[in-house]
Each structure stands twice: as structure tokens, then as C-alpha cells.
Design a protein around this ligand. Sequence first.
Ligand SMILES: [Zn+2]
Ligand SMILES: [Zn+2]
Ligand SMILES: [Zn+2]
Length: 363
Amino acid sequence: MRRFSCPTCANEVHFRNSHCITCGSELGYLSESDRIMAAPSGSGRWEDEGAVWHACANRQAIGCNWLVEGGRLGAAEADVPLAGSLCLSCRHTLVIPDLSRPENAERWAMLEEAKRRLFYSLVKFRLDVGDLQAGPDTALRFEFKADELSADGSKRRVLTGHENGLITINVAEADDPTREKHRKAMGEPYRTLIGHFRHEIGHYYWDRLVADGPALAECRRLFGDERADYADALARHYDEGAPPQWQATHVSAYACAHPWEDFAETWAHYFHIVDGLETAGWYGLEGLGQGVDPMDRAAPGWAEAGPYGADEFTPLAKAWVPLTVAMNAMNRSIGLSDFYPFVLSDVILGKLAFIHRLIHAPR
Ligand SMILES: [Zn+2]
Ligand SMILES: [Zn+2]
Ligand SMILES: [Zn+2]
């Protein structure tokens, strides 16, 4: 994630901010041009170079600070109030939790905040999210649901997962104690909302970019044959756990469950790496590794477009590994658990390089 400053007063502001705490400007994020815009407090209308933008319709409800294009200044449509218009990220959520339950509004807000970070990366990678109108069955879609109590008192559980482009997230995952409980129960070193999103879209893009395409054979060679029965594989994983020495070949224990899960876990890590490197670059964290600068900012693509635009994966891996070593040491020095509790073997780096080529392949 890059750094932002308030266009009015130049104070540093963050990706999630709706207001500048220094000058009071109303802030809005423009995903097409990756910038924060400022408007006079209370105006609810952002103008620049003859164009006008409005707030996402979810701004009040969940603090979404993304903007929706309103047209050219002076044109009739620019003055039509865009009630009901959702931003690029919010638009792809089809189901929100029952807001009559007080805990759900905050959980929904937290999920959408993580999802905007996801869409930030998708835009930067130029990954197609599909067209909700023209191709509603192939567009990337989300539903955020809560467990429900049936009339007989039993609990209808909502499982987080992906099916044909529809990603379901149990809103309880936005509750820190609940997520921590699940993390411990599953023996995971890492469980976050952004991690869930990055993992689940891995399944979506496997369908879009790998299935029946030219990359399928290489994908099978690296991740295994996904035709292995999925339900059986998952049942075996939950029964027996990951095989010994799994760290040499898989980025997480869960990645061993099935080739699809390995792909999704590795896909999520690729997003962690690229976004993490972008943040590191903006905050001047180069050289955190061994007193040298491992960041090859001159690497082709990186120089022009940052880590999101890097032509090759190798410079990214070379910069990322020492950075994580340093960040882990930082966390330990103040008693926190590891920032990045993973080890990237050569086999895993090979899988990550495949994901890199897949995302950057001309489409
Ligand atoms: Zn300001
Ligand atoms: Zn929005
Ligand atoms: Zn999965």
C-alpha cells in the first residue's frame, strides 16, 4: 500500500481516512487514478479538472471512503444525486449481514475495509473482476453472512469459502476474539481478514486464469493434480493433518489439503509480498535486512510502476525475504508474535513465480 497526503494541507492521511484530522477536509479515494481527493467539509462532492465525484452510498453506514464518478462538471448527470451508487469495491458485495443485530454493522464495516485493500491490489494488477450486469455469474461476488439459530435451537453455520465466483465470509471472522479462537483451534500461525480475502479470490482466479487454459499443465506440475477428490482430500487433511516436512514444499499446513488450497494459499502470499513491498518502499524500509539495499528499484517494471508492476518475480523475492527477517526481529523485540510466520523454500518460491507470471501474462 502506498502513502497518501491530504491534497489541501499535505498532512499524511491513510487509505481508510474519510477526513483529514488536520484541516477537516472530506477525503475520498479514487481507485482509477490511485489518489485521495479532498472536498470542503460537508460538501459531499469532489471536483477536479472539470469532473465531479460523489461519495460511495455506503459512506455513512460503514465509512467507505471510495468515490463514484459523477460525470463532467456542468453536465446534467453530474448534478443528479447518486443515492444508491456504490463504489467499485462495495458494488461487488451482494449480501450484507442482518443490520438489526447491533454487532453486524461494525463487522460489515471491517470486512469492507479489508475488501477495499483487496480491490486496491486487484486494480493495480489489472485483474478483471468481471461485469456484474453483463456477466453476473462470472463476476467476482461476495456475501457476508452470520450463523443463524434455527427454530429448533440448532445453529445454521455459515462456512467461509468460494463457489463459482461467489465468496462467502462468515461475519464472525471480523470479531477479533472469534477469529483468534479459530486460529488457535486450526493451529494456524496467521489468520486475518485480508488473508481470507486474498485466499478466497485465489480460487476465483484459478477458475478464470488456469482452468482449461495454457497454464494448466504447469500449474498441475507445481501444485499437484486438482482432479483429486476435493471433499475426500479435505476430510483427510482435517483427520491426519499436514505430512511431516510440509514446510519444504507448502507455504502453510492448510496448503497441503488439496492442490486448489495450495494455489489459493500461495496466491494470497503473492499479494502479501507485493503489497508489503510497496508499503516498505513508501516508508523507506529498504536495507532492513543485512545493511544492504535488497530492493532492486531499478528492476524492469518496478522502476516505473512499483512492485505491482515488476516484470520478474526474482527481484521481489530477493527484497521480501530479508525484510521479513528484519520485521520478525522487530516484532520479537517488543514481544509480539512474528510479523511473517512463514518460510519460503525454493519450491514455494517457484510456485510464487508461477503466480507472478499468471497475473502478469498479457490478457
Ligand atoms: Zn488536510
Ligand atoms: Zn464503497
Ligand atoms: Zn480455500
